[in-house]
Design a protein around this ligand. Structure first.
Ligand code: PMV
Length: 344
């Protein structure tokens, strides 16, 4: 254990269509983004091992000898165990986290340790390893929002573009390399609360809300069909269909009660420039996606990003269909990533 450098990256992801409806057994389409998060575990000659999570500015060090003496038999390797409060307390002891450690920092370090000690490290992952990673990531999701559908962990593990329904995953054969803007409104929200809000609305108005969920399901299916067609024979009209689907779904999500003024603003700013946006994920703030049509000039894309940044949002231009969670060799890393890892 811990004799070589371990470098892992995972893609960012967005749900194209089907958020919330997927919790109620409907279809969701999710894609991995070419925006990645990196992690490095590096042993040093002084007997320490460093954990770096540059995307969230975290660096942590452990004494290897001390780690090796610890009893981690409570983590039955290979088995999926839900992280209980007792287990989290034990992990805190193992990690040596001080009580005053910031919440995000301590959760990130604990989540890493939990997954690392449970899955163990390898130089290459097989399909079985990825299945195990996906199951563990699902347990991580449960810590964050209680009753997740499983779509988020699936797309981050497998990458590409996925259709997801009730645990059944299929990859879209040849997804087109759509360009999008991912915008973070920076409005904090709680997925658990938003999911519960939709459930309450469904219980209160079943005749109104159930058809909305069915309609979202149909939007996901239509989007899947169009993406398939685009992979085979791309044509400009297909973008018009994708834009209409985005608009209809955004209205449905508003009707489900998961919109937010910041997301309305995002949609208006991009609409004024002829672009179509919807929230992605839980809503109530958080992130939105904007479809960039081919042929859009780069100055126009830059102006849109600038307009969104002026609203106080963070905005990234990226493409869909990235690889899932991956192990890297130190030499294969982009110099900017290397710098970020070294610069912490
Ligand atoms: O924004 P996120 O990553 O928390 O996405 C939540 C997606 C939901 O459909 C609302 C919930 C789920 O578990 O699928």
């Amino acid at each position: 254990m811990l004799s070589e450098v371990l470098l892992v990256s995972a893609p960012g992801k967005v749900i194209l269509h089907g958020e919330h409806a997927v919790v109620h057994g409907k279809v969701a389409l999710a894609v991995a983004l070419n925006l990645r998060t990196f992690l490095r575990l590096q042993p040093h000659s002084n007997g320490k091992v460093d954990l770096s999570l540059p995307n969230i500015g975290i660096k942590w060090a452990w004494d290897v000898a001390r780690l090796q003496l610890l009893d981690t038999s409570f983590l039955e390797q290979g088995d999926i165990t839900t992280p209980t409060p007792e287990l989290v307390e034990k992990l805190k002891e193992v990690a040596g986290l001080p009580d005053d450690c910031a919440v995000t920092e301590s959760l990130a370090v604990l989540a890493f340790l939990y997954l690392y000690l449970s899955i163990c490290r390898k130089q290459r992952w097989t399909k079985e390893d990825l299945e195990l990673i996906n199951k563990w990531a699902f347990q991580g999701e449960r810590v964050i929002h209680g009753n997740p559908s499983g779509v988020d962990n699936a797309v981050s593990t497998w990458g590409g573009a996925l259709r997801y329904q009730q645990g059944k995953i299929s990859s879209l054969k040849r997804p087109p390399a759509l360009q999008i803007l991912l915008t973070n409104t920076k409005v904090p929200r709680n997925t658990r609360t938003l999911v519960a809000g939709v459930r309450n609305r469904l219980l209160k108005f079943p005749e109104i809300v159930a058809p909305l969920l069915t309609s979202i399901d149909a939007i996901s299916l239509e989007c899947e069909r169009v993406l398939g067609e685009m992979g085979e024979a791309p044509a400009p009209e297909q973008y018009l269909v994708l834009e209409e689907l985005i608009d209809m779904n955004q209205h449905h999500l508003n009707a489900l009660g998961v919109g937010h003024a910041s997301l309305d603003q995002l949609c208006q700013v991009t609409r004024a420039r002829g672009l179509h946006s919807k929230l992605t994920g839980a809503g109530g703030g958080g992130c939105g996606i904007t479809l960039l049509k081919p042929g859009l000039e780069q100055p126009e894309v830059e102006a849109t990003k600038q307009a969104l940044t002026s609203c106080g949002f963070d905005c990234w231009e990226t493409s869909i269909g990235a690889p899932g969670v991956s192990i890297h060799s130190a030499t294969s890393l982009d110099s900017r990533v290397q710098q970020a890892l070294d610069g912490l």
